[in-house]
Design a protein around this ligand. Structure first.
Ligand SMILES: Cc1cc2nc3c(=O)[nH]c(=O)nc-3n(C[C@H](O)[C@H](O)[C@H](O)COP(=O)(O)OP(=O)(O)OC[C@H]3O[C@@H](n4cnc5c(N)ncnc54)[C@H](O)[C@@H]3O)c2cc1C
Ligand code: SF4
Length: 480
């Protein structure tokens, strides 16, 4: 124990993790944030006043015992802290990097009411990295076999968490993944300078130790349907197929050469390493002026990957103002530091091509802000006669995603909302089809990594209870 009083702890200023300088990082794909060292992590941990009723825990979708792991860090017991983290979160190095803590645990931290909250996310990342690099990672073991088998469709955060929990309970788990690598958006959406491959690969290794079988390049809903999987003898199925169908603008010229969806752009660069073409097989064609449309997480990632390809200019175009941008404040700040220009209150009306159907400009309109709409944000209103053109040869549309209908349309009897989202019982995760459960973006239409993980835990418990009832198993659910 440090012997510091609460007064002393409150006086310690929040530590900022070092980062690559903008002018250096904008020319490489290496990780931007360099993370805390041991002393910084320990000092930052001492800022926690160990609240008897910790509001930060309520702000965490998987309920990590934050004061307990932070206290252990303050005492220098880092491996013990890692064990506490992993009681609730199997992907701490990933979550420590990508969770929007400022809207979750850190937003609820009492220290933040008067000053800056404890840097919970950066401490989590430090602990997870320390454990990984120590070579003393505690390996998970599968539970004693229950004789039941569960198929999981999709290997994003929801599918991975479901697989982990169910294998720990002794069920045989098989993952079906459409892509050639598991990880979902962690791999093909979030760029390597925010989440390096070795971090993902190391945390996914747990699945191997648990004996989870993974079928890659397996697109369910095409060759194999949900009904076929049940016929193969699986006792239950967890659907974790995410929300991967890009929303488009529906304006003239969207099919011109040089117009990408953020999904395609990011998948080529992140998963298929198009930035290393011809060393990697996937090419990516881009020009001197890249325009990114939107202001969410995917738009920031699109803009920040673009700037690293070193074109002449990258411009972000968004129809509302900076205040309404749905991305993390930190991401917009990073993008601007790296040289991305912004054009708020600007909306594309058509893409203009040359005689070879290649994009050469975008016609846009200026917007004003009206009353708040159903999203609570002020509605953008076009200003008549304000049209002008932005010269550009590459455009990336990043307006969010819908649910890919491949599985949902090929599964008769599956109840969906009007927008195609799978309806589940929120207490069990079960869909309208007995034995078919769902979690993650496929039940929300798009959220966060940790929310998808939290929903997968609910569904894993729902599946376990369903199997216990169906097979008459004498087992208790013990959350991991
Ligand atoms: C560019 C981008 C950046 C983001 N940044 C952040 C961030 O910084 N922090 C954060 O918390 N959240 C972020 N998010 C959101 C977050 O990544 C998602 O909420 C989360 O990944 C959802 O997890 P999931 O498992 O439900 O789906 P996904 O991660 O989408 O995984 C679904 C998996 O299912 C597979 N699949 C789909 N259809 C089939 C099929 N028919 N057959 C077999 N497999 C199939 C897909 O290939 C994929 O691997 C970001 C999202 C995007 C797009
Ligand atoms: S709310 Fe903040 S100060 Fe209180 S226990 Fe959580 S991290 Fe520590």
């Amino acid at each position: 124990m440090s012997g510091l009083s609460i007064k002393d702890r409150i006086k310690i200023p929040r530590h900022k993790a070092p980062e690559q300088p903008p002018e250096v990082r904008s020319r490489n794909f290496e990780e931007v944030c360099l993370g805390f060292g041991l002393e910084e992590a320990k000092e930052e941990a001492l800022r926690c006043i160990e609240c008897p009723k910790p509001s930060c825990v309520a702000g965490c979708p998987v309920g990590i015992d934050i004061p307990r792991f932070v206290k252990l860090v303050g005492e220098g017991a880092i491996l013990e802290a890692a064990h506490v983290l992993k009681e609730k979160n199997i992907l701490p190095a990933i979550c420590g990097r990508v969770c929007p803590q400022e809207k979750q645990c850190e937003q609820s931290c009492v220290i933040g009411k008067r000053g800056e909250p404890v840097s919970i996310g950066k401490i989590e990342r430090f602990v997870a990295d320390f454990e990984r690099l120590s070579g003393r990672v505690e390996l998970p073991k599968p539970g004693a076999s229950t004789g039941c088998s569960v198929a999981i469709v999709g290997s994003g955060p929801a599918g991975i968490t479901g697989a982990f929990e169910l294998a720990r309970l002794g069920h045989r788990v098989t993952l079906f993944e459409a892509m050639h690598k598991p990880g979902g958006v962690l791999y093909y959406g979030i760029p390597r300078f925010r989440l390096p491959s070795d971090v993902i690969e190391s945390e996914l290794k747990a699945l191997e130790y648990l004996g989870v079988e993974i079928f890659k390049d397996a697109v369910i809903g095409k060759a194999l349907s949900i009904e076929d999987i049940f016929k193969m003898g699986y006792d239950s199925i967890l659907l974790g197929t995410g929300a991967g169908l890009p929303k488009m603008l529906g304006i003239p010229g969207e099919n011109l050469v040089g117009v990408y969806s953020a999904n395609e752009w990011l998948t080529r660069l992140n998963l298929m390493r198009a930035d290393l073409f011809p060393d990697y097989a996937t090419p990516i064609e881009y020009g001197k002026n890249i325009v990114v449309i939107g202001a969410g997480d995917a738009a920031m990632d699109g803009a920040r990957t673009s700037i690293r390809l070193q074109p002449e200019a990258v411009t972000l175009v968004y129809r509302r103002s900076r205040a309404e941008a749905p991305c993390r404040v930190e991401e917009l700040h990073h993008a601007e530091e790296e040289g991305v220009k912004t054009r708020f209150l600007t909306n594309p009306v058509r893409f203009i091509g040359d005689s070879h159907y290649k994009l050469k400009a975008i016609e846009v309109m200026e917007m004003a802000l009206g009353e708040p709409d159903s999203s609570g944000r002020r509605r953008p209103i076009p200003i008549e006669g304000s049209n002008w053109t932005i010269e550009c040869d590459t455009a990336i549309i990043a307006l969010g995603c819908d649910i890919n209908p491949l599985v949902t349309r090929s599964t008769p009897g599956l109840e969906l909302t009007k927008s195609g989202i799978v309806v589940v019982n929120t207490e069990t995760g079960m869909s309208s089809i007995p034995g078919l459960f769902a979690a993650g973006d496929v039940i929300t239409g798009g959220s966060t990594v940790i929310s998808a993980m939290g929903q997968a835990k609910v569904a894993a418990k729902g599946i376990h209870d369903y199997l216990v009832a169906k097979k008459g198993l004498r087992l208790q659910y013990a959350a991991v």
